[in-house]
Design a binder for this molecule. Structure first.
Ligand SMILES: [Zn+2]
Length: 344
């Protein structure tokens, strides 16, 4: 999660809150509201989700190995702080590559120009083909916060949990014939803001990796094929409460909620709505791709563990990884069978 400053008050009521309420906190908030304003269908009509044609609740339930995914979290944080440009970051790149050996993997590597200088950025994309024309993307960032690079900050929840979850999703997708859309898993890089207190507009100093992916896919035509962009961020918290986000696409969040309900997990989802979360989904939201940010932005009372050295594995639970992992797989399964999907 990228924001350097808190933009909204805690404990918002569980109703949709106008994005404008995020205003006035600071200049950063304005950046967020501008993004929200550009995405008016999601920002101003969030309660007007189209009537969905959902498939019947049938078929096998998705599997997910919660303990194996927690083991991945532990292995990733064992590398230590993993900011862009660091030796530890390189080790995680190698680690991800080793776990995806034999899969169809695209490495999207480029140099990002940031307020802290030029840095190599390395997105990892694993592609699991399906029989239907179209792609569902599931993403997580794997870098840790750059401004905290000289501390013991290891981002167990912020970065490692969702990246480990995606590795387990890869295990579940591998070697099976997909009767549905292709699923592409994206471990995106350089998500965290490099210098949160500069004058540079906030969204120009964060999301370096995923912005590059979105631009590339727009240029080569891939973007048109993407049916849904699902983001996982900070989903390992033992006290799991995934927030609804008013920048996300309402109908896609409704499908996520339906998936969670079918699995009996609905009490962990969408009890409150956050106004305009700024996260890796924004470059896709801006381009009209249905997007859902699955984020639990209540990590310890008043979010006290977020972007601190207390973001450690002991705060997490394998059960939370399982809840979000299975819900994402069930969401994909519902999307595979929805005919038609709502128009963009
Ligand atoms: Zn973060």
């Amino acid at each position: 999660m990228i924001r350097g400053k808190r933009l909204f008050s805690r404990l918002l009521p569980s109703i949709v809150i106008a994005v404008a309420m995020a205003l006035a906190a600071c200049d950063r908030a304005k950046q967020i509201s501008e993004v929200a304003a550009q995405t008016s269908t999601t920002a101003t009509e969030e309660s007007k989700s189209p009537k969905l044609s959902l498939p019947p609740d049938s078929g096998p339930r998705p599997a997910f190995d919660s303990h194996r995914s927690m083991q991945y979290v532990k292995e990733i944080v064992a590398f230590g702080p993993r900011p862009v440009g660091s030796a530890n970051h390189k080790k995680v790149e190698t680690y991800l590559g080793a776990h995806l050996k034999g899969d169809e993997v695209e490495n999207d590597v480029f140099i990002a120009d940031t307020p802290e200088g030029k840095f190599p950025v390395h997105n990892v994309i694993a592609k699991f083909p399906g029989t239907k024309d179209g792609i569902i993307v599931v993403a997580s960032h794997y870098d840790t916060n750059y401004p905290l690079r000289n501390t013991s900050y290891i981002g167990a929840n912020d970065g490692a949990s969702s990246s480990a979850l995606l590795l387990e999703l890869a295990n579940q997708l591998r070697g099976k014939k997909r009767e549905g859309y292709s699923v592409w898993l994206v471990w995106d890089d350089a998500e965290e803001a490099m210098k949160p207190d500069t004058e540079l507009p906030f969204l120009d100093d964060s999301l370096y990796g995923i912005r590059h992916v979105a631009e590339k896919w727009e240029a080569d035509g891939t973007l048109k094929k993407i049916k849904a962009f699902i983001l996982a961020d900070m989903i390992g918290d033992a006290d799991l409460n995934v927030d609804r986000d008013s920048n996300s696409t309402p109908w896609l969040e409704d499908v996520v909620y339906e998936a969670a309900t079918r699995l009996g997990y609905q009490s962990h989802f969408f009890a409150r709505t956050l106004p305009g979360v700024s996260d890796d989904h924004i470059p896709f939201v801006k381009r009209g791709v249905p997007s859902a940010d699955l984020i639990d932005f209540d990590y310890g009372y008043n979010d006290v563990f977020w972007h601190t050295t207390q973001d450690t594995v002991d705060k997490l639970s394998p059960k939370s990884l399982e809840i979000v992992g299975r819900t994402i797989l069930e969401t994909i399964s519902i999307l595979d069978k929805m005919n038609p999907l709502p128009p963009r």
